[in-house]
Design a protein around this ligand. Structure first.
Ligand code: URA
Length: 234
């Protein structure tokens, strides 16, 4: 099946053009925050636009769903319970989510009651995520959960996360990027049975980064991967 592009770019929308045309990541971020974007209904319930967390120079980009309550309060992605769970799992395989990763979401404003973003909200916000990807040029993108996966790979409308989590794939729209699907850490908070699989997937990710020399690129000493451990506490 032909894959659809996720880019929806209104050439006559000068506000978006200014943001999307920003030449550096810092400018993009500042412009997006300053825009007070009202392109979709999510703006009505937000405290602030949540653009990211972590290191824009990192080789790994993480894409979640959308900000929750803590993220909305603090203006940083994945700083609530799910974020702490994700940090813990990645730390267990020697990955520092603030140094080795750059974290963003499908939508930048908190959906009411932490619901998943609707298709129109995601489609409206995706050009911003796409520009983030262009500007930070990650080597690998981790899609956390079904929302991130289905908005990136439009051929996927009906799937089980148990069939997708842990898999690598590529997309023609992003020829220099490897994608990997992981369970959303919030799912692990509700279903502890998913933790052993997530632990295996985290170790697979670490192996991939080692094989491609990607962690070393950041110029910091590599931590050892834990030999033991189940990353089970929440
Ligand atoms: N869940 C997400 O998908 N993203 C966040 O930033 C926080 C929770």
């Amino acid at each position: 099946m032909a894959r659809e592009t996720i880019m929806q770019f209104d050439l006559f929308d000068s506000g978006s053009n200014t943001i999307l045309g920003s030449p550096t990541y810092q400018e993009f971020k500042e412009q997006l925050i300053a825009s007070g974007c009202t392109k979709c209904g999510l703006h009505a319930g937000r405290t602030q636009i949540v653009v990211d967390r972590g290191n824009p120079a990192a080789p790994v980009m993480v894409v979640g769903e959308g900000p929750g309550e803590k993220e909305d309060q603090q203006g940083l992605a994945f700083v609530g319970r799910a974020g702490r769970m994700f940090d813990q799992i990645m730390n267990a395989v020697g990955i520092d989510t603030n140094q080795d990763m750059f974290i963003a979401n499908v939508v930048k404003c908190r959906p009411p009651d932490n619901r998943s973003p609707h298709a129109d909200e995601a489609a409206t916000c995706l050009p911003f995520l796409r520009r983030q990807i262009e500007l930070v040029a990650p080597r690998i993108i981790l899609l956390l959960g079904a929302t991130a996966l289905k908005h990136f790979d439009k051929s996927k409308s009906n799937f089980q996360m148990s069939d997708e989590a842990g898999k690598f794939f590529t997309l023609p729209d992003f020829p220099s990027t490897q994608f990997m699907v992981l369970y959303h850490p919030a799912a692990l908070l509700y279903n502890a049975k998913l933790k052993p699989a997530m632990w295996q997937h985290a170790k697979t990710l670490r192996r991939y980064l080692d094989q491609h020399g990607l962690l070393g690129k950041l110029g910091r000493p590599q931590q050892k991967v834990a030999n033991q451990g189940t990353a089970t506490s929440s």
